[in-house]
Design a binder for this molecule. Structure first.
Ligand code: NAD
Length: 282
């Protein structure tokens, strides 16, 4: 069994982004910029935004965080996004999810300029992804694809079971896999017999938010297991959606939590923002 080291790969991606940023600065006087919109005081959201801001700093981006109270109106959020859409120093706009219940998340995501949609959540980019066109792709599934590439894991014709079907994880993951000619099964909370699907799969990708949902008896011998889940358990530690100890004895590759998909998500956010900044050259 081999552990897929997301942390090491993410560091390498970040180093490459930093090099390109330096070059862009020297040669074209361009500094990529990311605007983050953070609403409310959810500790997990604050922690993620802090990590993203730190990563921006490390690679030499310009970054701003709009920290708003959860009483903020939808109109005020939209006004801030519009301002960022028009700001020439900003190449990427990220609205940290989840949003408070009085805010219409779909509406907010639609306001972001698709050319600055570095999270890849705008329907324009989602549509382009589904049709196999060049687009901004959601950072987490994109990070998983980068891991497959790094470890020379060929997806063509493979049976892949995606567990979890959210707009930000499972659905874009399934589209990316389908675009590489994998045979994809997408499962979710209403799937009747989850085990029957995971057990058949050459590759199982889980992003659900349930600690240890995937047990060893749900995995085929030698399968590849990608754990996207991030769950904080009662002792304060972070675990994924896979029973790591038991499953790792059975599979050929596995991602740890922490140190797997998480760091790749941030690395892909940086890569997407750099890609957006380079469009200024065209
Ligand atoms: P979500 O709540 O929007 O979606 C969860 C999905 O899982 C839904 O499709 C639901 O039907 C399915 N699901 C729930 N319980 C299930 C069960 N028992 N069996 C099968 N399917 C089930 O969550 P999300 O935003 O997609 O996040 C999912 C997990 O991924 C969370 O743990 C989150 O923290 C993590 N996540 C990690 C990263 C990362 O960078 N590693 C990024 C985003 C989300």
């Amino acid at each position: 069994m081999q552990i897929i080291d997301g942390k090491r790969l993410a560091n390498r991606v970040q180093e490459n982004v930093a090099k390109e940023v330096e070059e862009l600065k020297q040669v074209k006087n361009i500094v990529p910029g990311l605007a983050v919109i953070l609403i409310g005081d959810d500790p997990a959201s604050h922690a993620y935004v802090k990590m993203k801001a730190k990563a921006c700093e490390r690679v030499g981006f310009y970054s701003i965080t709009h920290n708003m109270p959860d009483t903020i109106s939808q109109e005020e959020i939209i006004a801030t996004i519009s301002m960022m859409n028009d700001n020439p120093r900003i190449d990427g706009i990220l609205v940290q999810l989840p949003l408070p219940s009085h805010v219409d998340t779909d509406k907010i995501l639609e306001v972001i300029d698709p050319n600055k949609d570095v999270d890849g959540f705008h329907a324009y980019n989602v549509g382009r992804l589904v049709t196999g066109l060049e687009s901004f792709v959601a950072c987490t599934p994109l990070g998983v694809m980068r891991m497959f590439e790094e470890y020379n894991i060929d997806l063509k014709g493979k049976d892949v079971c995606v567990v979890g079907a959210s707009n930000i994880v499972g659905k874009p993951m399934a589209s990316l896999l389908l675009n590489t000619n994998a045979t994809v099964t997408v499962t979710h909370i209403y799937t009747k017999d989850l085990k029957s699907h995971t057990l058949r799969a050459d590759i199982v990708i889980v992003g659900v938010g349930v600690p240890a949902l995937i047990k060893a008896d749900m995995i085929k011998e030698g399968a590849i297991v990608i754990d996207i889940g991030i769950n904080r358990i009662s002792d304060g530690s972070l675990v994924g959606d896979v029973d790591f100890e038991a499953v790792s004895n059975k599979c050929s590759y596995i991602t740890p939590v922490p140190g797997g998909v998480g760091p790749m998500t941030i690395a892909m956010l940086l890569a997407n923002t750099l890609k957006s900044a380079k469009k200024r050259l065209i």
